[in-house]
Design a protein around this ligand. Structure first.
Ligand code: V47
Length: 353
């Protein structure tokens, strides 16, 4: 069947369809993605008030695209104490954060307790805060480092107060690209397996995709389809987050960077291919705020949040070191003719700003 007909009939798209979608002109593609977005959410754009905390940058793994982990290019290693994490959490919560997004590097110099106690102590002080923590890559690292099964790390997450899992560490699932950009890190199969185990505990998570480096379009669509297959089984993913590759301070040599059109097409295609993942997040940190605002018209219905501070993407060139002010964030959404809907971490609506 003709691809346009398939889109009109909202039929499920194949890998080949997804790749072909890139050849459509941006207006046609945008119109289909926007239609889907509007059917689901009309002009609502979701965001939350959150704080990213990255408690250590000491990492056993070497990912070529990463500038965050301490290495020759970034000699300033750090590992926060529990008190430091609690102080940041206190400050964030006093400033309105409802979610702490806690992601660390893979630090083999600290104990398992160092990773887990912070969750328990935060929850003791602030029982209502939502803790989104531990990527599948961290879970894989902790399991291997401490001779534990994935299941037991996941049980510990539940026991210590982790509420949901962030989508980091997915990078690109295609095995040969993955081998080149982050050899030794959690395999694609295990990334998916860990999320599946988490979902089987009736917990929710997100999924990312790092694009705009050495991967091809077909690898992006293949990545989406592997997520779609798992979502058919578990229905545990809340949001898909295409992360635009940032080029500074890292070891991945990339000649061509994606254009604004290519980035917008990728958001639009994710909305159309991922017919079972409810939210497409234009993470303004890696796309730039202006492109994220345009992405609202290309299928994205979520802009993440104010974040307050961020270290993983700002070190590689993103303008996110200090987050964004709430009123500025809200005004930008409203000035682009969308409704700014504050949500909680599981997408329950809190209020319209
Ligand atoms: O996993 C690392 C990526 C991720 C670069 O779940 C890079 O709601 C671009 O996962 N260029 C961390 N990206 C961020 C992340 C995330 C962000 C916002 C929301 C959620 C969520 C998750 O940043 C890493 C990695 O894929 N990253 N280096 C780089 N050079």
């Amino acid at each position: 069947m003709d691809l346009i007909e398939k889109l009109k009939n909202s039929e499920r798209l194949t890998l080949e369809d997804g790749v072909k979608l890139y050849e459509l002109d941006i207006y046609t593609l945008g119109e289909f993605a926007d239609k889907k977005r509007c059917e689901l959410y009309s002009y609502k754009t979701y965001f939350n008030i959150n704080r990213h905390i990255n408690p250590t940058n000491v990492c056993k793994d070497i990912c070529k695209f990463c500038g965050f982990s301490a290495n020759r290019k970034n000699p300033n290693s750090y590992t926060m104490s529990l008190d430091e994490v609690l102080k940041i959490s206190k400050n964030a919560i006093e400033n309105g954060a409802k979610e702490l997004h806690i992601v660390s590097a893979h630090n083999d110099k600290v104990s398992l307790d160092w990773y887990f106690n912070m969750f328990k102590e935060i929850k003791k002080l602030y029982p209502n805060i939502h803790i989104k923590a531990l990527t599948a890559a961290e879970i894989d690292f902790l399991a291997k480092e401490h001779n534990l099964s994935y299941e037991s790390v996941i049980d510990k997450m539940v026991e210590y107060g982790v509420d949901s899992m962030p989508g980091g560490g997915a990078e690109i699932f295609n095995e040969s690209v993955r081998d080149f950009i982050c050899k030794g890190k959690v395999s694609s199969e295990n990334w998916l397996k860990i999320h599946k185990l988490w979902h089987q505990k009736n917990r929710q998570s997100n999924a990312t995709m790092l694009f705009g480096h050495i991967e091809e379009r077909k690898h992006r669509v293949e990545h989406m389809i592997r997520l779609r297959e798992l979502q058919d089984e578990t229905n545990g993913f809340n949001a898909f987050i295409p992360l635009v590759y940032q080029r500074e301070n890292n070891y991945l040599k990339v000649e061509n960077f994606p254009t604004g059109q290519e980035i917008l097409k990728t958001y639009a295609i994710s909305r159309l291919v991922l017919d079972n993942i409810p939210h497409i997040k234009a993470y303004w940190v890696t796309s730039s705020i202006n492109l994220a605002l345009v992405a609202q018209e290309f299928g994205a219905d979520d802009l993440d949040g104010t974040i307050q501070k961020e270290s993983i993407n700002s070190i590689v060139g993103a303008k996110s070191a200090n987050g964004m002010y709430l009123n500025e964030f809200v005004n930008l959404i409203k000035d682009s003719n969308f409704r700014a809907i504050e949500r909680d971490s599981l997408y329950n609506e809190i209020k319209e700003h």
